[in-house]
Design a protein. Structure first.
Length: 163
């Protein structure tokens, strides 16, 4: 399925709904004592319905240096055929980092919806140069979650982003 076809299937209501699921994942991570970032992979099955897989940042909870929200989401999706990834949209409450952007490129996920990129901006220009369509929501809920967390936990946040 071409990116244009996938975009036609993705309504504004669906974008809001899937980002809402990602925000719920971020809040779950925060409640567990982790970093409030959530992600959802929405797969357009046969162009008619959506299957979703979700995850949240669990670096703190599981003491796992690579368990960012997007990586947890992909892990929870399990082993999928390459064409499934190519007909999916990845939602993340925060702009994906280098590692998570690499996973997007590896699996050829064509569209990434970003809740916010004010508190952190991953390699968005590189993703776009590689043909990934980005939708930036500038969602106030995502911004508030991260700003509040960073203010209260600057050391932990810097650890998460490799500073």
């Amino acid at each position: 399925m071409a990116v244009e076809d996938l975009m036609r299937l993705l309504t504004e209501d669906q974008i809001e709904y899937f980002m809402g699921l990602a925000i719920q994942e971020a809040e779950k991570g925060l409640a567990e004592g982790g970093i409030p970032i959530g992600s959802v992979l929405a797969e357009a099955s046969d162009g008619r319905c959506w299957h979703t897989y979700a995850g949240h940042n669990q670096r703190v909870q599981k003491s796992d240096p690579i368990l960012h929200a997007e990586m947890d989401c992909l892990k929870n999706a399990g082993r999928l055929r390459s064409d499934v990834y190519q007909e999916s949209v990845l939602f993340s409450t925060l702009s994906p980092c280098d590692m998570c952007s690499g996973a997007v490129l590896l699996y050829k996920i064509p569209i990434v919806v970003i809740g916010e990129n004010e508190t952190f901006r991953g390699p968005e220009a590189y993703l776009m140069s590689m043909g990934v369509k980005l939708i930036r929501m500038n969602d106030s809920r995502c911004i508030k979650l991260m700003r509040d967390f960073i203010k209260k936990n600057p050391k932990l946040w810097n650890e998460d982003i490799g500073v």
